[in-house]
Design a protein. Structure first.
Length: 375
């Protein structure tokens, strides 16, 4: 693998996907002094030929034109890495996990480090099923490459952050990680309406909280925390609650009718000695005033990621991020993208293989080294 302490040339990076995570990844790669954007892969024909800076919402006249044109030619884009470099795989894997794994395996076998938010089974690779893990391991060995799959939730909000904060306590009774969000501006209408179930009849069963699905997505994070704390889980449980709208509301995504689902709350609980010791909780609303008795973000906010350590002392940390004109969903997506992009130099120097959120350090920022853009 390339030793970046000896070779000072920037690491070439391909970003595959220009959605919520991909846009932020392009911005992060462009700003990072040790990385260089080599290519951007898109699915839509309408985006082919567009400059990456425009797709990434970089300011026009400052860095809006990066000189990298979007392409649908995957072979040519990966070839631009010259048998090394890195791929940021930001294509959704929720409804196409097998295809996502195949894309990742292809890049790993070709010698590229791969970072991604797309395959939930690989967030905790130690518990990934063999049919997912084995071909990825083989590709890492063949390409002398490394893979890191993470995000925010699942991701740093419920692996690295709670484990770090737990070290500030003397007695711990429970670790609770919360994502509390108003989805009124979330730029993914199909996910909001059909995966989460907002605006659907109360007898609709949202796929996101179907039996076993929360454990499939967030169970790896429960196991990561348990492993870090040295505790043995008895089981992982799921608890789901939903509330209807008391009146019709209209958001940027359209109309949501009275009596339809307006809020969703669920917990994935890691049970130790009969009690929920590690809890990952989601509280999702389509507008802020639904389910007023449920947990809410800090006053004045419409979303937050929160870690609560119940014990002595009681510790609560709220993380609020904004991007793209103050949008909190975009802010969260940006932290997910930045976490994986910033890991690329470390992964290029690491031994080949799979890594999780506790194995990849959160390195200090290098962005202060980046010169400010010219006006």
């Amino acid at each position: 693998m390339v030793d970046c302490n000896v070779c000072h040339s920037p690491i070439p990076v391909v970003v595959w996907g220009t959605g919520n995570v991909g846009r932020a990844a392009i911005r992060a790669v462009h700003a990072h002094p040790d990385l260089a954007l080599a290519a951007v892969i898109v699915a839509s024909e309408s985006k082919v030929g567009c400059d990456a800076g425009r797709l990434a919402d970089l300011p026009v006249g400052v860095a809006g034109d990066l000189g990298v044109r979007a392409t649908r030619d995957v072979d040519a884009a990966l070839a631009s890495l010259g048998g090394g470099g890195a791929l940021v795989y930001a294509v959704s894997g929720e409804l196409r996990p097998d295809e996502a794994v195949a894309d990742i395996v292809r890049a790993l076998a070709a010698g590229a480090v791969v970072v991604s938010t797309s395959v939930y089974a690989l967030y905790d690779h130690h518990s990934a099923p063999p049919e997912v893990r084995d071909p990825v391991e083989q590709a890492c060995a063949a390409g002398r490459s490394a893979l890191f799959v993470s995000g925010i939730d699942p991701g740093w909000g419920n692996d690295l952050l709670p484990v770090l904060v737990s070290g500030l306590g003397a007695r711990i009774e429970q670790i609770r990680c919360q994502e509390i969000f108003d989805y009124s501006t979330y730029d993914a209408e199909d996910s909001v309406r059909y995966l989460v179930g907002m605006g659907q009849p109360m007898d609709y069963e949202p796929p996101m909280v179907g039996a076993g699905v929360p454990t499939m997505v967030w169970g790896g994070q429960i196991r990561l925390i348990a492993r870090a704390l040295g505790v043995r889980l008895d089981e992982i449980r799921e608890v789901v609650d939903r509330q209807p709208l008391t009146e019709q509301v209209t958001t940027a995504l359209g109309d949501f009718g009275e009596g339809m689902q307006g809020a969703l709350r669920f917990e994935v609980q890691g049970v130790v000695d009969g009690r929920a010791l590690i809890v990952i909780e989601h509280v999702t609303r389509i507008v802020a005033d639904v389910a007023p008795d449920w947990p809410a973000p800090p006053a004045g906010g419409d979303g937050a990621h929160r870690v609560v350590i119940e014990g002595r002392p009681r510790i609560e940390i709220n993380v609020e991020a904004t991007d793209e004109d103050g949008n909190r969903s975009a802010g969260g997506n940006a932290t997910a993208a930045d976490r994986i992009v910033n890991a690329i130099p470390w992964l290029r120097d690491a031994e080949p293989g799979l890594y999780d959120g506790l194995e990849v350090p959160l390195t200090p920022s290098v962005y202060l080294r980046t010169p400010p853009p010219m006006p």
